[in-house]
Ligand binder design. Structure first.
Ligand SMILES: Nc1nc2c(ncn2[C@@H]2O[C@H](COP(=O)(O)OP(=O)(O)OP(=O)(O)O)[C@@H](O)[C@H]2O)c(=O)[nH]1
Ligand SMILES: [Mg+2]
Length: 299
């Protein structure tokens, strides 16, 4: 069983239909028309679908003895090239403070994902979690329960504190106590976009005070896989207010189409770091592009 074996139950239907298309006819125009439709239906998105199609058209034009199978192999190669910018390994300098800010709209799985990645990173780093979601009253207690469960120290804010104050306190504590990886939970729902932007800017100021040149600051957006195409708009919005460096795609256990993963990586050139596969602490996997291509496309 491959790492992305969960894809086999669901997505294979989407991809098998695409694969079968290349066996069903040798009329290249017909293949390209149906392929376009299937990529769109699979949430790959208009831009990436257009790019793939135009690339395949050029390939057909230049290939002396083109066959449906050659076009199919080319398609896989193109997808492989797209997703392989997602490098699975996260490597942070152990002698510095490093920060991962977890962003995303409400309910996408930020807090749960923090517990999951804290549990992974604690094997290699001294992990401290900062509860900078002070907007929602229950956020702190949920995070506390999860951090206790994975055995990771938490610095929690109260609802009278601003996220930047909590960030400052957390980093101060981290510096004094030799933590080297700080993961921040943030609020998904602020009154409006401007408010969110201001809070994130203020948080960054706190972070800047502590992070040295060697330290890494990541901003990972959590997107809910069940939202399909809609994740594109969310990413666009967040990318305007924060320089995103990665994605966590959650709830992949409840989805049947993974095309948006291809589209998102291609459009934003930002790697998918982790994939959430359930509600349990261990229901997470590193996004390995090679395995994604192997298991999704059966290469
Ligand atoms: N099936 C499934 N459920 C998940 C996954 N990740 C998170 N969830 C569930 O999604 C719900 C919301 O998760 P949270 O972690 O509280 O989401 P959040 O983004 O922190 O939410 P807010 O703080 O309210 O903005 C919870 O019921 C989680 O158990 C996943 O990978 N698969
Ligand atoms: Mg939360």
């Amino acid at each position: 069983m491959g790492l992305f074996s969960f894809l086999k139950n669901t997505t294979s239907n989407w991809w098998s239909n695409i694969k079968n298309l290349f066996k069903s006819t040798s009329d290249f125009d017909e293949i390209l028309d149906s392929l376009e439709e299937m990529l769109m239906l699979g949430d790959v998105g208009a831009e990436t679908t257009d790019e793939l199609l135009s690339n395949l058209k050029t390939f057909i034009k230049n290939e002396k003895e083109c066959t449906a199978d050659k076009i199919y192999q080319r398609l896989i190669e193109l997808i492989d090239n797209i997703v392989s910018i997602s490098q699975p390994k996260c490597d942070y300098p152990k002698n510095s403070l490093n920060v991962i800010e977890i962003l995303g709209i409400n309910g996408v799985g930020k807090t749960t994902s923090i517990a999951k990645i804290a549990n992974i990173f604690k094997k290699e780093y001294n992990v401290l979690v900062g509860g900078a979601d002070t907007f929602r009253a229950a956020a702190g207690s949920q995070l506390e329960i999860l951090c206790n469960r994975v055995g990771v120290k938490l610095v929690c804010g109260n609802d009278k504190e601003s996220p930047s104050t909590v960030a400052y306190r957390t980093l101060d504590f981290a510096k004094a106590n030799d933590y080297n990886l700080i993961i921040f939970d943030t609020a998904g729902r602020l009154h409006n976009k401007l408010n969110l932007m201001r809070e994130l800017e203020k948080m960054d100021k706190s972070v800047d005070k502590f992070i040295t040149d060697e330290g890494v600051v990541e901003k990972w957006l959590v997107v809910d896989g069940t939202m399909g195409q809609n994740v594109f708009t969310q990413i666009e919005e967040f990318n305007k207010i924060a320089n995103l460096t990665g994605f966590i795609v959650t709830k992949t256990d409840s989805i049947s189409k993974f095309g948006f993963i291809i589209g998102v990586i291609n459009k934003f050139k930002i790697p998918v770091k982790y994939v959430g596969t359930g509600e349990g602490i261990n229901d997470i996997m590193i996004f390995d592009p090679k395995l994604f291509v192997k298991d999704l496309l059966g290469r």
